[in-house]
Design a protein around this ligand. Sequence first.
Ligand SMILES: Cc1cc2nc3c(=O)[nH]c(=O)nc-3n(C[C@H](O)[C@H](O)[C@H](O)COP(=O)(O)O)c2cc1C
Length: 658
Amino acid sequence: MQESFRYDEAFSRNIGWVTETEQQWLKTKRIAIAGLGGVGGSHLLTLTRLGIGRFNISDLDTFELANFNRQAGASLSHIGRAKVEVLKELALDINPELDVRTFPDGIKPENMDAFLSGIDLYIDGLDFFAIEARRAVFSACADRSIPAVTAAPLGLGAALLNFLPGEMTFEEYFQLEGATEDEQLLRFLLGLSPAMLQMGYLVDDSRVDLNAHKGPSTPMACELCAGMAASQALKILLNRGKVPAVPHGIHFDAYRNKYASTWRPGGNRNPLQKLALKIARKQLSKKKAMTMAETETTPLDTSIARILDLARWAPSGDNTQPWRFEIKDDANFLIHAHDTRDNCVYDLDGRASQTAVGALLETIAIAASGEGMEADFKRLPNVPETLPMIEVTLSRSPEVKADPLLPYIRARVTQRRGFSSKPLTDEQKQALEAAVAPGNRVVWIEGQGRKWQMAKLLFQNAQIRLTIPEAYQVHKNIIEWDAQFSVDRIPDQAVGLDPVALKLMRWAMGSWERVRMLNRYFAGTLMPRIQLDLVPALQCGAHFIIVSDKPLQSIDDYFRGGRALQRFWLTATRLGLQFQPEMTPLIFSRYDALSINFTQDETAIRSAGELSSHLKTLAGLQKIDNIIFIGRIGSGKIPTARSLRRTVTNLLNNNTLN
Ligand SMILES: Cc1cc2nc3c(=O)[nH]c(=O)nc-3n(C[C@H](O)[C@H](O)[C@H](O)COP(=O)(O)O)c2cc1C
């Protein structure tokens, strides 16, 4: 259909912001773009739509899946194909009259002349870490009096610098000569964005690793770069007047809705820049190896592997993940579960672990529905109750439809900080009640008065939790310090304390003696009880108690309870609600009901008795045996710190998927 293309009509909607004559000028211009990754590809397509008629483009890479979030041209049909070829095709599909010269081997000293010959403007699209190549191209542009623009995607914004003939050069501005590669990268980053508008909203800094040449990048930032750079291109190419040249720079951040125009005479030699660099170096040297999700070593290319990969995200008390898997064949696998009753005061008779295993079973059933399969569970007889084994049989059936809760398995999370105190709507409550039926119901604790009662109960409960040595041992083992994420525990940042309280707690947890001393002389439990129990108890839409119609007696009753809990929690996630279990009052009440002494501390034992009657009154129950789960719920922020999970390979008994 090439015949039907007419340049004037294709780009006629530019006219108004450019004149017809200017549009014809743009058609004659040649722009060179090195690098067609996050920003380069968008530069090319944006400038093509602006009506630029000629390009020199270079990239030595091919498209891969990890490019999909941001790179123009990254799509399934282009995986494995050379970026220069794909982008040339995409650009020609917009303007078949384009004159595009491609440089598929990247830019080297040997082809620099050819790459820059006849060009009116260079636009930088090189990878952030390709510092050597970038220095070479900018220096060659300066030698040839070619204006050069670089726009960096930073967070959800873009920082832009223009290097114009006769003005300060790239080398003069960034001062990279003689510096190590890491130092060059740092100087490049701080020179690009002296305003650093992107700082402050990075939520997972384990993903920034200058040493490993890795960093996050968003599609919004790449598109903003293309928009900002093309605007500068238009002004430079059409002589529309002054553009800010280094040491001036511009930075727009669409997340913070902020614009900064910066001026750093002397570039990185400027005292302000020197100070910023000093601080940044200090921060970088402090940055320790952080916990990230472990990457799976085996491809998850079978239904069972994919099911387990989702199922492992089921919740468990203190993130213990009390399960391992043994794959038998394509349709059968075994769950080897265990409980932690011997070393965890919260796992009375293994009931907390059994509830978690129930949640796992429900997650497996939901995950299987995504594979068009039904999951059947059989608990094996004649094995100790502390080490339950469950046989899982999967059967494919055309009747099985993906469970509507399937998309929420990975998004479900525990939030231990405050939520909004806005009450739940009737629709939300009905959906949550339906999620646990039949055989179970929900008791809601809402309204100021009842929430206050619950807050008092939790405050009293926390006194037990924080003063008995049995709980101290558990807390010591399950918190991963200085961590935003934890694969097999709870990271300290997800506990719900502010940084000062967290520091104090860390110090105190160094020894039981310290805890005792703090408790005895400094009311040491007060601050954590207020921050972790009292305030969050008031800051929520409601507390809930999931109650079974029949008392929970057997391990299977607890499995069933766990299944209902997981449907409830996933439904909360579907409704956009935050969620925190509040299980310890129930656990201490059960110790009381069963007359089991859980500690040497007589006061704590008496306190558990009071707690139990308080809980029964609040729940409107004669006995607590029917309670499956207690927690709080409400709308609020998604936590940035959270527990992660072991990999499937790690959870397999023999560590192999086949
Ligand atoms: C049976 C059970 C009891 C739990 N009890 C509590 C609790 O009392 N307090 C709490 O903050 N979290 C509790 N949790 C939440 C777990 O700590 C959490 O699910 C686990 O660390 C994994 O984190 P995630 O839910 O964010 O994926 C409980 C979870 C389960 C399954």
